[in-house]
Design a binder for this molecule. Structure first.
Ligand code: BG6
Length: 487
């Protein structure tokens, strides 16, 4: 009996290969996408995209007048980057951008999220702009549009001009916030004739704490909590100033919003009490950035918890910080807090995460697909927004290149399929998620991990710079073609 089954399977496989479609990476290329399974579709017009950031892919750090960023300096401190690599070369995207845009097109993506390297445009952060730096983004935007891909621009993805770090202590000073506003105005004035959507700062939640609190990101400082809170406040102020600058200097109708790695809270068990607790937790755990941006207030619980370390601020600053945004960008990878209701404190209790909780190739990347259902749903309710974009989601994998030259990353497909199924669950209930940007288009320089972690849909051989689609590229292509979760 089992012999018969295996023979039948063999016959089927042999048949497929005779038909020339046994190559799974090629399969999606030749077959029209099947209709999606009933009940798995996304709303019409849902924006499917991928994302990268300047320092992680561009390379060309000394070309065409680019100034130094804090990452150029940080990567040279021995021991800071796991494999000792730097972003000096990275993906050579600065000169291979046309080839990379062709890869985006191959996926069928209609949107691409990239970031502008501030020190390319203003080598010293402020002062005289460098026209050659801006020209790169002009070329990039034009090439995207030529290929039918909407550019979604991020103003700051962590590559602060080193000069601002040297002169003002970087984000420790509100001087940097003001200069960021001027830079945002300049970029908006020159690019929003073609760019409709602008993200302000990527992940204040990470670069403030990792960069100024525990020193594992640039600029590598370990400051006391009071200063960390003040720097986070400054980053919110910078966000607000950028929103105002885009409104004042961008084309009328340009949309602007944050791209934040929201502290992701979900109910441990789906009961009305726990869902309510998760809602409170989401607001409070994001009290230092997203909540103040969206409401113009630090919550009582946030201020009480911060105590003497609370940030110092004025009402005028709160007004700037909460300048109305057009959308909320949320980077959602992993659950941070599973919560239950509590009659203590603010009404929720975050549960400890067991050691055996499953995670992906990166230790921090816990697998909690329901997070991408709960977080947008609760965020839309708390902050009354009608446009949420998942500005990042994706995973690293070990991505071994097999003898046939292919990368069968079924782990990444498993992760994406489960997260997208939960995202579809959210949109089918009317949660206003309007788009999704997969991190990342291609393997790139992964900060402290150097080239040791791979998040791409395309594998990159960093010696030859050859890009190879992983199996997940076919998966995502099918998701986009069918506008469905791929379950
Ligand atoms: C996000 C960042 O936090 O996660 C990306 O916005 C980053 O820039 C991605 O590449 C993966 O993070 P990490 O720390 O694993 O490299």
């Amino acid at each position: 009996m089992s012999d018969k089954v295996s023979r039948r399977q063999f016959a089927k496989i042999a048949g497929l290969s005779a038909a020339g479609i046994a190559n799974p990476v090629g399969a999606v290329e030749v077959n029209p996408a099947p209709p999606p399974r009933a009940g798995t579709g996304f709303p019409a017009g849902f924006v499917w995209g991928t994302a990268t950031s300047s320092y992680q892919v561009e390379g060309a750090v000394n070309e065409d007048g680019r100034g130094a960023s804090i990452w150029d300096k940080f990567v040279r401190i021995p021991g800071k980057i796991e494999d000792g690599t730097t972003g000096d070369r990275a993906n050579e995207h600065y000169r291979r951008y046309k080839e990379d845009i062709a890869l985006i097109k191959e996926l069928g993506c209609k949107a691409y999220r990239f970031s502008v390297a501030w020190p390319r445009v203003f080598p010293d952060g402020d002062g005289k702009p460098n026209p050659k730096g801006l020209d790169f983004y002009n070329r990039l935007v034009d090439e995207l549009l030529k290929n039918g891909i909407e550019p979604w621009l991020t103003l700051y993805h962590w590559d602060l001009p080193q000069s601002l770090q040297d002169r003002f202590g970087g984000w420790r000073s509100t001087e940097t916030c003001k200069i960021f506003g001027d830079y945002a105005a300049y970029v908006a004035a020159h690019l929003t004739d073609r760019v409709n959507n602008v993200f302000t700062l990527n992940e204040s939640g990470r670069f403030v704490y990792f960069g100024y609190g525990i020193g594992i990101d640039a600029p590598g400082l370990t400051l006391p909590q009071a200063e960390i809170n003040q720097i986070r406040h400054n980053s919110a102020l910078a966000h607000g100033l950028a929103v105002q600058a885009v409104r004042a200097h961008g084309r009328h109708g340009t949309r602007v919003g944050p791209a934040e790695n929201i502290d992701a809270c979900a109910p441990a068990i789906d009961t009305p009490e726990n869902v309510r607790a998760a809602e409170i937790a989401l607001r409070e755990m994001n009290g230092g950035y997203l909540n103040v941006i969206m409401t113009g207030q630090y919550t009582e619980a946030f201020l009480k918890f911060a105590g003497a370390n609370a940030p110092k601020y004025t009402d005028a600053e709160l007004k700037i910080i909460s300048s109305p945004v057009d959308f909320l960008g949320l980077n959602i990878y992993a659950p941070q807090n599973y919560v239950v209701a509590s009659d203590q404190g603010a009404g929720f209790m975050p549960l400890p995460i067991p050691k055996s909780f499953p995670h992906m190739n990166s230790d921090w990347l816990r697998v909690g697909p329901e997070t991408i259902y709960w977080v947008p749903k609760l965020a839309a309710k708390i902050w009354k927004t009608d446009a949420i974009y998942i500005s990042e989601n994706g995973t690293s994998g070990d991505d071994v290149v097999r003898p046939d030259g292919k990368i069968y990353d079924t782990d990444r497909i498993m992760y994406l399929r489960n997260y997208l199924a939960q995202l579809q669950r959210a949109t089918s209930e009317g949660v206003p998620v309007r788009g999704y940007f997969l991190w990342s288009l291609m393997d790139n320089f992964e900060w402290v991990y150097g080239l040791n972690k791979r998040f791409g849909l395309y594998h990159v051989n960093f010696d030859t710079q050859v890009r190879t689609p992983k199996l997940s590229a076919s998966f995502y292509r099918n998701v986009i073609a069918t506008n469905a979760a791929g379950v």
